[in-house]
Write a protein that binds this ligand. Structure first.
Ligand SMILES: NC(=O)c1ccc[n+]([C@@H]2O[C@H](COP(=O)([O-])OP(=O)(O)OC[C@H]3O[C@@H](n4cnc5c(N)ncnc54)[C@H](OP(=O)(O)O)[C@@H]3O)[C@@H](O)[C@H]2O)c1
Length: 295
């Protein structure tokens, strides 16, 4: 089977690519801006189609002949309007699926994407879902919770200030998921039968963790006390702008955090054995975060 994969250098895309290469028997087309970053994948048989997902002509050409397509809207803090940006990327992806009559598509979305307002960047994924539903057949939408990898934004504060700075109170809980578990489900879906009608798969991690609990688990995992510190929206905005966010993106991120704090950013389906994924936050800290912090 010929499978086209976007963002193969990202958290989910790289792990998905590795899983499919390990399985063998698939013909992989990796849509990437920098083939140099795929030095392990290319000798294993994956082909790179070099280009930018903002270029709809490129996406269409790169996915010609694909039987299946994994599509993810990559984050971009530098755009004026996050929602519009995701919508444009999704349109390019969905147009390619339609033009190339790709019969099996997996779209990476998010918890909260069913909600039409007040969700910040997730509204872009709300739109992306609608665009793909209208344009494609054989669609599965993955809606994962909060990525454990978000703690990579906190490496410097953890290292130098023994703190995690987030505009959320310590008792706020989230269905935190390791991106390897999202990739595992994406691999399973994309190598299985295509859905006969648009299907939504929610992914909730092993359990809901509070922010304070995560700080405690990180403390235990790295052997020093780290505190969760709730910062104000103003402080968070300064931080986002410092990370290169435009005014529009910073405001969108604040809207998302406010929805989270208010308990509005929730999935429409409850946790079940099918939405529960195996990697615990303890395992993520031991195997992924702590080694990076040790440098
Ligand atoms: N963070 C969360 O808690 C959360 C929760 C639910 C859903 N999500 C969604 O998950 C997605 C992020 O997934 P992820 O963490 O796997 O992504 P990621 O690690 O941030 O990877 C994105 C990759 O996309 C590539 N890229 C960026 N812009 C591109 C462009 N214009 N054209 C082609 N490639 C481009 C980058 O590769 P190069 O730099 O190598 O080109 C990068 O490696 C987003 O859609 C986000 O909204 C996130």
């Amino acid at each position: 089977m010929r499978i086209a994969i976007t963002t193969p250098t990202g958290n989910i895309g790289r792990s998905l690519t590795k899983r499919l290469l390990d399985q063998g028997g698939h013909d992989l087309i990796l849509l990437a801006r920098s083939p140099d970053k795929l030095k392990q994948e290319q000798p294993r048989g994956a082909k790179v189609a070099q280009g930018d997902l903002e270029d709809a002509v490129y996406v269409k050409k790169a996915t010609q002949g694909a039987d299946a397509f994994f599509f993810l809207c990559p984050p971009n803090f530098g755009v004026p309007d996050y929602r519009a940006y995701y919508g444009e990327l999704a349109k390019a992806g969905a147009d390619a699926v339609k033009a190339n009559t790709i019969k099996h598509t997996v779209l990476l979305s998010s918890v909260g994407a069913h909600l039409p307002e007040g969700m910040g960047p997730i509204l872009g994924l709300h739109d992306a879902e609608k665009i793909f539903v209208q344009a494609t057949q054989g669609l599965t939408i993955l809606r994962p919770g909060w990525f454990m990898e978000n703690y990579f934004w906190q490496l410097e504060p953890i290292k130098h200030m023994n703190s995690i700075f987030v505009p959320l109170s310590g008792d706020v809980t989230a269905p935190m998921i390791a991106t390897t578990d999202i990739a595992e489900r994406a691999a399973r879906v994309i190598t299985g039968p295509a859905a006969s009608q648009p299907k939504i798969v929610s992914l909730h991690g092993p359990k809901d963790y509070s922010m304070d609990e995560c700080a405690k688990i990180i403390s235990q995992g790295i052997g020093k006390e780290v505190r969760h510190v709730q910062i104000t929206s103003e402080q968070a905005k300064v931080s986002f702008l410092g990370m290169g966010a435009t005014e529009g993106v910073a405001e969108a991120m604040l809207e998302m955090y406010a929805a989270f704090q208010a308990g509005k950013l929730k999935d429409e389906v409850p946790r079940s054995p099918d939405t529960t994924t195996p990697t615990t936050f303890e395992t993520f800290v031991k195997d992924v975060l702590a080694p990076v912090l040790r440098g």
